[in-house]
Design a protein. Structure first.
Length: 478
């Protein structure tokens, strides 16, 4: 009987989600086509809007929603089929796919765990130092691994949970001993890792693409990192100390964690051939990405693919590893579809129309005030999104257009919104992929998680705007 009730309830929810998704397209199509816009362009907007809403409410998996949108575009002849599928030939899409494969090598060889245990052995004698050791691990891995799920779920989270349980800290009455502090601080700093690197999370290259479509400015790996590094490092110092003061663990000394790391490293023995190879590939790719257009002109995607070929050639990875990396292929499907939809939409004139209309809302405002107001709205509206991808795909381009229309320097506008897209994930327990992993451990109540996220958001905004703006000014970017 309960199974029948649940089945009926699930069917009704699914029906409602489909109604919202399809209704979005019909709602857009119900409006008259503006002057200067072709019917095909307006139809593209309707399908794009429905795809974004579908990616948020998820009547089916996000990748399947995007594939449905791409199919609708080709089927209705909104775009020729070659153009509808052109996103899957975009080098950035292949960059993200290859980077996910590299994360597989990091986990398979055990190099990620080794890096974590080395830092724990060095810094893990106190609970704050223990937190920092895992934060540094995540930060370093973010230089190459765009999958927050792989970094958190495959490397950092299992170690943090094991150490918490070693100190008899489990969900419930003993959560405050150590586990609750670690789960919160690791997630909040995971968000900072996401913001620091172009590879920090999967949709950052997508955001960079949106920025280039609107402004013509290319956010390279090195430029993204250089712009983020100062506010990021300051935030990585401030946020753990703030959480330690507001939400302190009962256990302050953790010598057993350092001892546990030493024992684990002994069990692992010396670095294996696979680990050495993975480390060499890691260093090579990071170096080549940071020196693109400075020492060489090799495209980012080609660099990543060279890394994959090297791991396959050395048998660190095999072909089964590549084809079974489901998360990578899922990202490839939705990423390629959204890239092309957004690029095609930017050529229709609809974004220019939106800019002219939106400029009325900031008329009379100084651009600095307009930027501040719009940035706050953009940041806190993330309460309504379950992923950075959905948030940035739906809102980055419109907000960037409005901010620039207010008179703000384009580079300042695109950087502010790009970093805010990531930082806003601090707010909730569903803000990005790693959030359900840390929150789902059960150490922290939702109300507490949200309160900490709200408190942390304030210094983050202050650091990344005031200090960030000064830093970008010193770099001569604004």
């Amino acid at each position: 009987m309960d199974a029948e009730k649940n089945s009926g309830r699930n069917w009704r929810i699914s029906f409602l989600k489909w109604a919202v998704t399809i209704g979005t397209a019909l709602f857009v199509l119900a409006f008259p086509v503006p002057n200067g816009i072709t019917p095909q362009s307006w139809r593209l907007l309707a399908i794009f809007a429905a795809t974004i809403i579908g990616s948020i409410v998820r009547p089916i998996a996000g990748g399947a929603v995007v594939l449905l949108g791409v199919t609708a575009i080709a089927l209705t002849n909104t775009l020729p089929v070659k153009e509808a599928l052109a996103g899957y030939a975009d080098p950035v899409v292949w960059l993200v796919l290859a980077a996910f494969m590299l994360s597989r090598g990091m986990i398979k060889t055990g190099l990620g765990r080794r890096i974590a245990f080395i830092f724990i052995r060095l810094l893990g004698k106190r609970s704050l130092g223990l937190g920092y050791s895992l934060i540094i691990t995540d930060f370093l891995l973010a230089a190459l691994i765009p999958s927050t799920g792989a970094r958190a779920g495959g490397i950092v989270f299992p170690i943090s949970k094991s150490i918490s349980e070693a100190y008899d800290s489990r969900p419930g009455e003993t959560a405050q001993k150590l586990g609750a502090f670690l789960m919160v601080v690791l997630y909040q700093c995971n968000v900072l890792s996401c913001a620091t690197f172009l590879t920090g999370q999967a949709s950052n290259p997508l955001i960079a693409g949106f920025a280039q479509n609107v402004t013509g400015i290319e956010l390279t790996y090195s430029k993204w990192l250089l712009g983020a590094i100062v506010p990021s490092l300051v935030s990585l110092i401030v946020v753990p100390f703030l959480i330690y003061r507001l939400f302190p663990p009962e256990i302050k000394e953790t010598p057993a964690a350092s001892e546990m790391a030493t024992e684990e490293l002994k069990k692992m023995g010396g670095m294996s051939r696979g680990e050495w190879m993975m480390l060499a590939v890691f260093v090579l790719i990071a170096f080549l990405w940071m020196t693109t257009k400075w020492l060489h002109s090799i495209d980012y995607s080609v660099v990543a693919m060279v890394g994959i070929v090297a791991l396959l050639f050395s048998r660190v990875l095999n072909w089964d590893d590549v084809v079974s990396e489901h998360a990578a292929w899922d990202v490839f499907i939705w990423y390629g579809g959204l890239v092309q939809m957004a690029a095609a939409l930017s050529k229709t004139g609809i974004t220019d129309l939106f800019a002219k209309f939106s400029a009325n809302f900031t008329t009379g405002m100084k651009w600095s005030l307009a930027l501040g107001v719009l940035l706050l709205i953009y940041f806190y509206v993330h309460y309504g999104f379950a992923s950075i991808t959905a948030h940035s795909t739906a809102m980055y381009t419109p907000f960037l257009i409005v901010v620039i229309a207010s008179g703000a320097p384009p580079f300042l506008a695109l950087l502010s919104l790009a970093y805010a897209s990531n930082l806003s994930a601090c707010l909730t327990h569903y803000g990005t992929t790693s959030a359900p992993i840390y929150f789902g451990a059960g150490y922290v109540k939702q109300r507490t998680w949200w309160l900490i996220g709200l408190i942390v958001s304030i210094p983050l905004l202050v650091i990344w705007t005031l200090l960030g703006f000064v830093w970008w000014k010193l770099l001569g970017w604004i």
